[in-house]
Design a protein around this ligand. Structure first.
Ligand SMILES: [Fe+2]
Length: 158
């Protein structure tokens, strides 16, 4: 009997059915980390301090979720793609405006991006249930974290 490593059939299935759910999530989460950092730097006005801090928390959280999703892709045998050109061309999320942002404007922009990603992630969670519960679990964690951060951000919007 050969000692060669043979890929399990379920791993092959994961490559074709899991990657289309995880890879777009990775692009969106990398984009969110950049959107939130841009807001962290450019927020201004009376809500500056709490929003400045909160946007940095969102950046850090998004980086962590992106890492979890990328490493799940690798675990099922797919090369994760988090390149800048892939994010810019593939996240499908609106670009942040240039320049300074008044606090409530910045909060609404970031909340809008987070809400859009959370909605997409919910759809993917539903589809992954029948395909790969382990990948589904990764996105459940991401979705729960996104919705928690979104709640905390929305509470800051006057
Ligand atoms: Fe900073």
């Amino acid at each position: 009997m050969s000692s060669a490593v043979v890929e399990a059939p379920e791993a092959v299935a994961s490559v074709t059915s899991v990657a289309p759910e995880l890879q777009p999530t990775l692009l969106e989460l990398v984009d969110l980390s950049l959107v939130a950092k841009q807001a962290h730097w450019n927020v201004s006005g009376e809500l500056f301090k709490p929003l400045h801090l909160e946007f940095d928390e969102i950046t850090e959280a998004a980086r962590g979720w992106a890492d979890d999703v990328a490493e799940r892709l690798e675990a099922v045998g797919v090369a994760a793609d988090g390149r800048a050109t892939s994010v810019a061309g593939g996240s499908g999320l609106p670009a942040m405006p240039d320049g300074k942002l008044d606090g409530p404007v910045a909060a609404r922009l970031v909340a809008g991006t987070m809400g859009e990603i959370a909605e997409r992630v919910r759809g993917r969670i539903g589809r992954l249930g029948a395909v790969d519960p382990l990948s589904q679990d990764v996105l459940i964690e991401v979705g729960r974290g996104l919705e928690k951060q979104l709640w905390m951000l929305r509470e800051q919007i006057p």
